[in-house]
Design a protein around this ligand. Structure first.
Ligand code: B12
Length: 394
């Protein structure tokens, strides 16, 4: 960065008064104000941005800064640098489609960093500085995400044909391809994971890199949802092994990505679980009520947007503090948990899995451990009673 920019950022950090970024609550509360100040300063230092993108560009930039600060806040709160670093990689790829450079992203992060450094030093600001610095380093590394569909992947060529049909808006051809896979003897579980999930991830990448529009993304998603529903005739109502477990699944408040959780719920249902799917954007009270009403053994919580992780953490603590829900095992999943595989522990869950098939294995393992734990406790109680009886009798 040139001398002029460094001086301008430094002067800015001195001018920003009253922006407290010290703890999780105030950080989240101050995001809008900090985003506005950082964006104004960014445009003051780089007036060419206004010439390039005009007033709508300024507003978009401010909104992007809000997102950036939300990801930063979550990453700081969870003490998980990889959440923010992953986001910066994603942002680089997204913004390059709009002609914004790594230097533009770096400058904005440096403006935020100056504000944080201007604060009184404590554990929170130190953590934030460390994570921001890692984010700044990430801006100069490559950000290409490889395609999610490849010939060598399981059902890779089929996923490619399916996605191509979606991108041509050829719904009937997409359905016919799936029917062909069923006739060929492919399992519904594999079609979910290797065709639907892979093509949805690819659709996301195509949208992010501006190769398809939001409308195209919505179309592909809608057809995949209907293709999943068309498959119900092949398994709903069939004789299935009964496992006796009750699964309750929900996306946390504000979360709209529900297809992954629906897949997971279907896979559990196919394996003989009694499932209850609450879908997107579930509120705290409704969740607790349903956990109790259904007698859930496993509660599966999903979050895709990183800035919803703290909501999940709160939800888990609500469930944990209610004794009536004590038997529920809490499994979590979704994009941030795939980015940081240790995140589930930090929010107090019992387990995590990266996909529906592994979630089923993890649920079986946790259920078996619960039975073993209960048996061990019962044995210990019996032994203690026997010893107590012996003492009394002697
Ligand atoms: C479809 C879609 C949408 C739809 C969702 C519709 C619906 N009914 O679900 C809509 C249009 C609503 C949407 C909105 C947004 N989206 Co969107 N979306 C997608 C897309 C393309 C596909 C999602 C999907 O169906 N995935 C397929 C499923 C099967 O995969 P999955 O969710 O990962 O689930 C599996 C595992 O994670 C796991 N799992 C999931 N939950 C759980 C739970 C438990 C307990 C366990 C054990 C496991 C588990 O098992 C699942 C099955 O194997 C993704 C791309 C992507 N990479 O996912 C972007 C994506 C997630 N969206 C993105 C963005 C940015 C947004 C918006 C902010 C866009 C905007 N500007 O408004 C909003 C945010 C909305 C919100 N508040 O939630 C970004 C997120 C980037 C990031 N770094 O965070 C992505 C990655 C796109 C991209 N490549 O840029 N989106």
């Amino acid at each position: 960065m040139d001398q002029e920019r460094t001086t301008a950022i430094f002067a800015f950090s001195k001018r920003v008064v009253g922006v407290t970024v010290r703890n999780e609550q105030t950080l989240l509360g101050d995001i809008d104000r900090l985003a506005a100040q950082v964006t104004e300063e960014h445009y003051r230092i780089q007036p060419d941005l206004f010439e390039r993108y005009g007033k709508p560009g300024f507003e978009k930039s401010r909104r992007d800064t809000v997102y950036t600060l939300q990801y930063l806040a979550e990453s700081v709160q969870m003490d998980s640098p990889s959440l923010f670093v992953h986001y910066i990689g994603w942002l680089k790829q997204l913004l390059s489609g709009y002609g914004l450079t790594d230097a533009d992203i770096r400058l904005k992060l440096e403006l935020v960093l100056r504000c944080v450094r201007a604060e009184r030093r404590d554990e929170w600001t130190d953590r934030m500085v460390r994570i921001l610095e890692m984010g700044i380093l990430r801006t100069s590394e490559p950000a290409e995400t490889p395609s999610f569909i490849a010939r060598e992947h399981r059902l890779g060529p089929d996923a490619r044909l399916y996605l191509d049909a979606l991108l041509r808006s050829d719904r009937m051809e997409a359905y016919a391809l799936i029917d062909g896979l069923i006739e060929r003897g492919e399992s519904i579980r594999d079609i979910y994971q290797y065709v639907f999930q892979a093509s949805q991830y690819e659709v996301g990448l195509l949208w992010q890199t501006q190769r398809i529009s939001v409308a195209d993304e919505h179309y592909c998603t809608a057809i995949t949802q209907s293709a999943m529903s068309r498959l119900y005739q092949h398994w709903i109502g069939d004789e299935r092994p009964s496992r006796g477990g009750v699964l309750l699944s929900a996306c946390v408040g504000g979360e709209l990505h529900e297809i992954g959780l629906r897949m997971l719920t279907d896979v559990f249902e196919m394996e003989g679980w009694d499932t209850h799917y609450l879908g997107a954007n579930t509120d705290e009270e409704q969740l607790l009520e349903e956990v109790l009403r259904r007698g859930a053994d496993i509660v599966a919580l999903s979050a895709t947007m990183t800035f919803h992780v703290h909501i999940m953490k709160k939800l888990i603590s609500v469930l944990r503090t209610d004794e009536r829900a004590a038997k529920a095992i809490i499994l979590v999943g979704g994009l941030p948990f795939n980015v940081d595989p240790s995140l589930w522990r930090k929010i107090g869950a019992d387990g995590y899995a990266p996909d529906a098939a592994k979630a089923l294995q993890e649920a079986d393992r946790l259920m078996a451990a619960r039975v073993q734990g209960a048996e061990r406790k019962a044995r210990e109680r019996e032994e203690a009673a026997a010893e107590g009886g012996h003492e009394l009798g002697s």
